[in-house]
Design a protein around this ligand. Structure first.
Ligand code: 13P
Ligand code: SF4
Length: 321
């Protein structure tokens, strides 16, 4: 029996012990909870699986549960639904969008694609189902270089929507990609000047960065990788200090797995907490509980779009083994 508090803002009764309540609902609904590393630490702690975008897609593709509760942003939950049309896919806050996905509206992208009919379209997974449906192959930050390397050298490629990841892939592969001009507001906010100053204070620290950052920041990095790549790097490294240039939520698993190492979040240009993704952080433990209790909000997709988006997703999974 839970003690409950009635909230003026919500007619629902919220149990005080949300961890226990969510664990009970998990069994009741035969649910798996998938969480991205950018979620609040307490949300990561209730998840069955925590991962980067590729790991989460693979977990969704092999999921046996009836219900998936996705702790991440909309395009991630949508991806889980693309792969699991018959499962109930729940996202605690439907407003958890993504500035990068928003920077690529489907109508404008369709026009852009039509101007380059000979190009293969490789889209970063941080995009809407409509953009996926217009793509030939999806990639994530952990497999973008490997996927582009598998395409014959004479085949021209459109890379969308992240210009920073696209430019990084161009450097790594030596290929000329036609880039869509999108970006992530969180990764564009890091200040090169402040990063250099921080490195002077921590000369022994390795700088580790996500490829969504701008080139002037990435040039200072000792290691560049996806969130899972960054986590594995700190686990294997002999270094004791790391300056982490990505959304600060990833530090939770770094600290848990290597408690004696020091992690310093890289500073944004202003004194805001802009290295926290405002969309990711819309999900809360209370919302997770209410979502599971009400079995809503649910991700619903237009079936022709889902089927068209599934093809490039399956292509990515096939090219990532
Ligand atoms: P990864 O999950 O591939 O590391 O990408 C991070 C990100 O920006 C997700 O929105
Ligand atoms: Fe989108 Fe950037 Fe947030 Fe990732 S960190 S979900 S790319 S806004």
């Amino acid at each position: 029996m839970f003690l409950t508090v009635e909230r003026q803002t919500s007619p629902k009764a919220i149990p005080l012990d949300l961890f226990t309540a969510i664990t009970d609902l998990k069994k009741e609904l035969n649910t798996v909870i998938l969480a991205h590393y950018y979620q609040d630490p307490d949300l990561q702690d209730i998840a069955d699986y925590i991962g980067d975008s590729l790991g989460l897609s693979q977990a969704a593709a092999s999921c046996q549960a009836d219900t998936i509760v996705f702790l991440g942003v909309h395009f991630m939950a949508e991806t889980a639904k693309i792969l699991n049309p018959d499962k109930l896919v729940l996202l605690p806050d439907l407003n958890a969008g993504c500035s990068l996905a928003d920077s690529c509206p489907p109508d404008r992208f369709a026009e852009f694609k039509a101007k380059h009919p000979d190009h293969l379209v490789i889209s970063y997974i941080n995009c809407s189902a409509e953009i996926k449906a217009l793509s030939d192959i999806i990639c994530t930050s952990s497999n973008a270089v490997a996927i582009v390397n598998q395409i014959p050298k004479d085949r021209p490629i459109i890379f969308a929507p992240d210009r920073n990841l696209g430019r990084y892939v161009m450097e790594q592969t030596g290929r000329d990609l036609l880039l869509w001009d999108g970006a992530c507001m969180v990764h564009e906010i890091f200040s090169e000047r402040k990063l250099v100053e921080l490195k002077l204070n921590y000369p022994e620290a390795d700088i580790i960065a996500h490829p969504e950052c701008e080139a002037n920041v990435l040039r200072h990095a000792d290691y560049i990788g996806s969130t899972t790549g960054l986590l594995k790097y700190v686990q294997k490294s002999d270094r004791q200090e790391f300056i982490v240039v990505t959304e600060s939520g990833v530090i939770h698993q770094m600290q848990k797995s290597t408690p004696f190492k020091k992690f310093i979040p890289a500073p944004p240009t202003s004194n805001c907490a802009c290295n926290e993704c405002p969309y990711m952080r819309l999900n809360t433990l209370e919302k997770v509980y209410l979502t599971m209790k009400n079995r809503s909000p649910e991700i619903i997709l237009n079936e022709p779009i889902r089927q068209a988006a599934l093809k490039p997703m399956l292509k990515m999974l096939e090219m990532s083994v």
